[in-house]
Design a protein around this ligand. Structure first.
Ligand code: SF4
Length: 192
């Protein structure tokens, strides 16, 4: 029995739940992918270029997808007060509500019933596979700050309290603790 190949065949069929022909609830698979990503991305990655990079498409196609999501009222764009050319995308309340219909929720529910060790093993296995694919193709997948080479942690301890502050050395900006769990397309992990 070839366990590796069997696992990949199953993974491919799970992926078919996310990639489909036509529309589901009025949106195509790439629009679902974009809305899902924007709801989980950190502030550096909620931009048209980061979205294009995550979906693996051109800026033109990403703009078209953003336009569709805006038309449906699920995404809005704001311009930076410092640089008017810079755009930040955000999922609206209506978009967040619509995400309750996402097919991913069914997958998440199926994982949720597993014990914590199984969930951790599954997540780490997928990361291992992506890390190997990244090394072979000289790229970096999208992931969270926690594993990123650019994250700096400064710990301070006083009498009865210890605090930790996070900084992104790439963007030269502070990162709130809640943000380190969000997705970033500029993520890089240590190569072994
Ligand atoms: S530390 Fe890494 S993952 Fe986090 S914001 Fe900076 S580049 Fe992105």
């Amino acid at each position: 029995m070839n366990l590796a190949r069997e696992a990949i065949e199953l993974l491919g069929q799970v992926a078919r739940i996310l990639w489909f022909e036509g529309t589901k609830h009025g949106m195509r698979d790439r629009e679902w992918m974009a809305l899902r990503f924007l709801s989980r991305a950190n502030r550096f990655s909620r931009t048209p270029s980061a979205l294009a990079s995550y979906i693996g498409t051109t800026r033109g196609t990403a703009s078209f997808i953003i336009g569709e999501l805006e038309r449906l009222g699920y995404v809005e764009r704001t311009r930076s007060s410092k640089d008017k050319r810079s755009v930040m995308l955000s999922v609206t309340q209506q978009g967040k509500k619509f995400l309750a219909r996402d097919a991913v929720n069914g997958l998440a529910d199926a994982f949720a019933v597993l014990d914590d060790d199984s969930k951790l093993r599954f997540r780490d296995t997928l990361r291992h596979v992506l890390d190997q694919a990244d090394a072979a193709e000289q790229r970096h997948h999208t992931d969270v700050c926690k594993r990123c080479i650019f994250l700096r942690e400064d710990r301070t301890a006083s009498e009865n309290k210890s605090t930790v502050e996070f900084t992104c050395r790439l963007f030269r900006a502070s990162i709130a603790e809640a943000e380190i769990e969000l997705l970033c397309t500029s993520f890089e992990h240590h190569r072994q």
